[in-house]
Unconditional design. Structure first.
Length: 367
């Protein structure tokens, strides 16, 4: 019996000397557990924290518009959107006059567009931005002092592209040799630029602006004479107007005037006969500060070798007592019913050979 006990003791000593970790269990809660415990789970395994990011609202552009880096015309232009293009509206500025949209080319994938030229089903559903954004101009700016034509070149013989209202902020991109005309960013122009006379634009300093020729190309310093250059008459485009696909049901532009939103718009187009796009449809809804009626002021500037016929419709029905509108009419005042949809139907009159008319229609809602 004694020999058996001695043998067992020897075996115990042998196991203790040669044992492995697989034969040892560390008791739960022992001091050695804290030094060998598994690392805490990574943050990527945690559920995402809910955010208050608003769901974008579907919208569609009413005309060609500039996308800017902030809610204002003095912000840098990020690009252009064509008429009838679908957009996703994220929010509006505090005044409701600018919409932030999803725009991959912009900072953080966003850009800003004028709300007056974007159609959404219910503007009240667009959330308001909580943060005020201060404009950082993309270059020198100026303020329009009175109603001003935007032209395709530095002179009155160039085509009118549109009209600017007083207090409009414009971004300056150049000047002519005598600094009597300024080139500005203008989204409605084919190249994104237009010209305005410097006499009616209040600016701080134009000395740093580059000198440009009539085509918008930089003029070498040695070639700058400082004397007025002769105004050039643009060569008219001879050819049918391109089809734009608009109709009474789907007008080229649709604008709803409001006290805090759009108060004026300009639309430039072409119509030709007997070939090409012979007609355009332009829709707007006026408002009145008081009472059921209001007045709008309309101007129609044309060029080309044809005649433009203008018809005014109310809720889809032609009006007969509103008067008339012809090329060359400026600030033609028309009495209308507030809150009612109106359309201008412009068509090229047929004649001998191809007749092409290029026009700019400007409509302003009087307060």
């Amino acid at each position: 019996m004694k020999s058996i006990l001695i043998l067992l003791a020897d075996l115990a000593l042998l196991v203790t000397a040669c044992g492995t970790t697989t034969l040892q269990a560390t008791p739960t809660g022992s001091p050695t557990q804290s030094s060998t415990s598994t690392a805490a789970p990574s943050d990527t395994l945690l559920p995402p924290t809910p955010t208050d990011t608003p769901i974008p609202i579907a919208g569609k552009t009413r005309t060609q518009i500039n996308v800017r880096g902030g809610p204002g015309a003095s912000f840098a232009s990020l690009g252009l959107l064509g008429s009838g293009q679908n957009v996703q509206v994220v929010e509006s500025d505090a005044a409701g006059t600018w919409y932030m949209i999803l725009f991959p080319a912009g900072p953080s994938g966003h850009g800003w567009v004028a709300a007056a030229y974007v159609q959404v089903d219910n503007p009240a559903d667009v959330p308001t931005a909580q943060q005020t954004i201060t404009a950082t101009p993309s270059g020198p700016t100026g303020q329009v002092m009175q109603k001003l034509n935007v032209r395709s070149g530095p002179g009155t013989t160039y085509d009118t592209l549109g009209m600017l209202v007083p207090k409009t902020i414009v971004v300056l991109t150049g000047k002519n040799d005598t600094a009597t005309w300024l080139q500005i960013e203008y989204a409605a122009a084919a190249g994104g630029h237009g010209w305005v006379t410097a006499a009616y634009v209040q600016v701080q300093d134009i000395a740093s602006l580059p000198v440009l020729d009539a085509y918008g190309k930089p003029v070498p310093v040695g070639a700058q004479t400082g004397t007025p250059a002769p105004e050039m008459t643009p060569t008219p485009t001879v050819g049918p107007a391109p089809e734009d696909g608009d109709s009474a049901a789907s007008p080229a532009i649709r604008v709803t005037f409001s006290p805090s939103g759009a108060g004026q718009f300009s639309y430039s187009g072409q119509a030709s006969a007997p070939q090409g796009d012979s007609q355009d449809w332009i829709e707007f809804t006026p408002y009145a500060a008081d009472g059921p009626s209001t007045r709008v002021t309309v101007s129609l500037i044309c060029s080309g070798n044809g005649t433009l016929r203008v018809e005014l419709l109310q809720s889809g029905l032609p009006l007969t007592s509103w008067g008339s509108l012809q090329c060359g009419d400026v600030d033609r005042s028309i009495a209308l019913t507030a809150g009612t949809t109106y359309q201008f139907h412009l068509s090229a009159a047929p004649g001998s050979g191809l007749r092409l008319v290029t026009y700019t229609l400007t409509v302003r809602n009087e307060p």
